[in-house]
Design a protein around this ligand. Structure first.
Ligand SMILES: NC(=O)c1ccc[n+]([C@@H]2O[C@H](COP(=O)([O-])OP(=O)(O)OC[C@H]3O[C@@H](n4cnc5c(N)ncnc54)[C@H](OP(=O)(O)O)[C@@H]3O)[C@@H](O)[C@H]2O)c1
Length: 352
């Protein structure tokens, strides 16, 4: 009988989401079920969506729920029905919202071991680092799916907020690879300097929430893109940032809300000037709800393979991970993941 530790939560806390998680112990079955594999987890990141789950603003959380949207592990045992598809020793990415087929609820990954069905896993190519593999889906696959969905390429312009986030950095690089322009909005000068240096780009703008910086940002973007209308915006900050981005969107533009780093989800819009008169669209994007539910498994496999190739060829890289914590340090890890200006994604080492 093997006992193992996992991080669970049994309540939401909108104000203090870092307080809800606790360490729990459970037992692996002696014999792996026919339709499952046993995965020994290696590591898993803490994403903003993990905080949102703990706040109670994400679909599909049923208590008690194991935390963690995604991670990487090694298969230890394979059930009888899956032996033609998976092998012991194989590295796999595991997604809490099963990536293939229809997902119903979160089956988190912050655990020493997982019992996984076939559709929760994707094989990790040799040579891909564990830290990259552990966070392949939430940010890289989301950014890549957006590029495909919007048909971004030469002549197109994408504006994005929270541009110094992992997703934002991947999007900047995808812009360089697929030859579309990115207009990158950040909330701190240090983040702007970092993006300019790391990607050799000038199109980074600081909006710190003040009226003056909104004015300066709008003038700078208008001057840098005089003949170019902004086709798409992906917005993850909320509040005034969202409203200002909508004002800057070009005619027939589309603004996708895909996060809310400020938590400010109620805003006043000029619906006539900024939506009706410009024929603009305001939409939501959630990888779980938008992409996973509406994309065939065949198309998902195609995107996944193309994205692995971008990483393997070195064209696309992942920002360095940040501080590492054990599963039993989950509360500190959650606090660290929300610290402003932290460098790199906080990682949980599931074996420690
Ligand atoms: N809907 C989806 O399917 C989906 C999928 C993936 C990600 N997301 C969303 O994408 C966003 C980025 O995710 P990530 O994992 O890439 O993030 P991340 O690497 O953890 O970075 C978070 C970013 O948010 C910025 N930020 C934090 N608080 C802010 C505030 N109050 N105002 C403005 N910016 C603030 C930070 O800026 P500094 O660096 O300057 O501190 C940082 O760049 C999140 O909102 C996440 O929920 C959504």
């Amino acid at each position: 009988m093997t006992n193992y530790k996992q991080v669970i939560y049994q309540k939401f806390d909108f104000e203090n989401p870092h307080t809800v998680h606790e360490l729990s112990e459970t037992t692996l079955p002696d014999i792996v079920p026919d339709d499952k594999v046993i995965v020994r987890m290696i590591c898993a990141p803490i994403h903003p969506c993990d905080t949102l789950c703990a706040m109670g603003v994400v679909n599909g959380v049923e208590f008690p729920c194991v935390g963690g949207a995604e991670g990487v592990g090694v298969i230890e045992q394979v059930g009888k029905d899956l032996q033609d598809r998976w092998q012991s020793g194989q590295r796999v990415h595991v997604a809490a919202n099963y990536l293939f087929g229809e997902w119903t609820n979160w089956n988190g990954v912050w655990s020493e071991y997982l019992l996984c069905p076939d559709n929760a896993m994707m094989a990790v190519p040799d040579g891909v680092a564990d830290d990259l593999a552990a966070q392949f889906m939430v940010n890289p696959l989301t950014a890549y799916a957006m590029v495909k969905e919007f048909g971004l390429g030469p002549g197109k312009t994408l504006m994005q907020t929270a541009a110094a986030s992992v997703l934002g950095k991947i999007m900047i690089r995808l812009g360089q690879i697929y030859d579309f322009d990115t207009i990158n909005i950040v909330c701190r000068q240090e983040s702007a300097d970092e993006l300019r240096e790391e990607f050799g780009i000038d199109t980074v703008y600081v909006y710190d929430g003040s009226v003056e910086s909104a004015k300066q940002m709008k003038q700078a973007i208008a001057s840098d893109f005089p003949d170019r209308s902004i086709d798409y915006c992906i917005e993850a900050v909320g509040g005034d940032t969202l409203r200002i981005c909508l004002e800057m969107l070009g005619p027939n533009g589309e603004l996708y809300i895909y996060g809310s780093m400020t938590g400010d989800v109620t805003i006043q819009l000029n619906t006539v000037a900024d939506i009706v008169m410009k024929n603009n669209a305001l939409k939501g994007w959630s990888s779980q709800e938008t992409w996973m539910r509406q994309t065939s498994d065949e198309e998902k496999h195609r995107c996944i393979n193309e994205l692995w190739e971008l990483f393997q060829s070195g064209k696309l890289t992942m920002p360095e991970s940040g501080q590492r914590f054990t599963l039993s340090q989950i509360k500190d890890a959650m606090v660290a993941s929300c610290a402003p200006g932290r460098s790199g994604k906080i990682m949980l080492d599931c074996r420690a």
